[in-house]
Design a binder for this molecule. Structure first.
Ligand SMILES: O=C(O)C(=O)C[C@]1(C(=O)O)C=C[C@@H](O)C=C1
Length: 287
């Protein structure tokens, strides 16, 4: 089996793949859309990509690509602890406080805002496609006075020094990753503890929106379907037009979730199931 992941080697997504699918062939791609395209074009059987971080929120490109660009069912989810460190090339380990620019994934930078503001006031940060891409860039430019925010595996992989460890602003920093397949795929042989099941749906509202969101929530509430997440994202059809991503606790059943969906459609909503899947937890992540 082949699984596409947000690379290069030593991203947090790579760590999640190694825990979830240790025996699969893991193939790195530069961007999240590239990972999803790989599954769509049948270059890989699965893709594992980040979808939400506990401090910074959703990885919007993942949600938007799934809703606007391609229909790939979510077949699993894995949550991993995240520890961000400040890495520098060994040439600069004595004067790491003099770096002139810091690189990382936008989510990693956002998770370390307080540290960056207090330690590197006025120093620019630049987004890269991933934390490990930033670390690799430092290896390739040893003379530049710059730093990267990444994990300890990236420090080892790219021969960098951890100048400052655990620079994320809040503890309990975790990221959720989703597993996508072109068709159904049942996750069987994993050593990770399964925490339960989720069903994720995408809902759009009718043109007459007065009270519509209350109706959406009621359709689930009176059926005692617990929602663990609801988030609005732009439809990209004009300001104020949103779709809603809703996570329902539990597997797709024969009556309650289909009944809620039918009720919403009868009320003029658009409803689409993005997946009904098990979710797993990595207890101990990178150091
Ligand atoms: O850049 C990486 O290492 C990734 O795996 C991406 C990503 C993300 O998109 O949130 C994953 C976990 C962290 O939150 C930081 C970055």
């Amino acid at each position: 089996m082949k699984v596409a992941f947000l690379g290069p080697k030593a991203t947090f997504t790579d760590l999640a793949v190694r825990e979830m699918f240790p025996s699969f062939e893991a193939i790195p791609y530069m961007t999240i859309p590239d990972c999803l395209d790989a599954v769509m074009e049948e270059k890989t059987d699965l893709a594992l990509v980040p979808v939400e971080n506990a401090l910074e929120g959703s990885v919007n490109i993942t949600l938007d690509y799934l809703v606007h660009e391609m229909k790939l069912p979510i077949v699993g989810e894995i949550t991993a602890p995240i520890k961000q460190h400040l890495l520098v090339h060994p040439n600069h380990k004595e004067n790491w406080e003099d770096v002139e620019i810091i690189y990382s994934h936008s989510h990693a930078i956002a998770q370390c805002h307080k540290f960056l503001h207090s330690t590197f006031k006025g120093i620019p940060c630049e987004n890269m496609t991933s934390t490990a891409a930033a670390a690799k860039y430092l290896l390739e430019h040893p003379d530049n006075k710059m730093a990267a925010i990444a994990n300890d595996l990236a420090a080892k992989e790219y021969g960098l020094t951890i100048a400052k460890s655990n620079i994320h602003d809040f503890n309990f920093n975790h990221t959720r990753f989703i597993i996508l397949a072109k068709d159904t795929f049942e996750i069987t042989d994993t050593h990770l503890p399964q925490k339960g099941y989720k069903t994720t749906v995408m809902v759009t509202l009718p043109s007459d929106r007065s009270g519509a969101l209350h109706q959406v929530l009621s359709a689930f509430a009176w059926r005692k379907l617990n929602l663990s997440k609801i988030e609005s994202r732009p439809m990209k059809t004009g300001l104020g037009n949103y779709f809603f991503i809703i996570d329902i606790e539990g597997q797709m059943d024969d009556v309650l979730i289909p009944g809620a969906m039918a009720e919403l459609e009868a009320l003029g909503c658009g409803v689409e199931v993005l997946g009904s899947y098990p979710y797993f937890q990595i207890e101990k992540g990178s150091e």
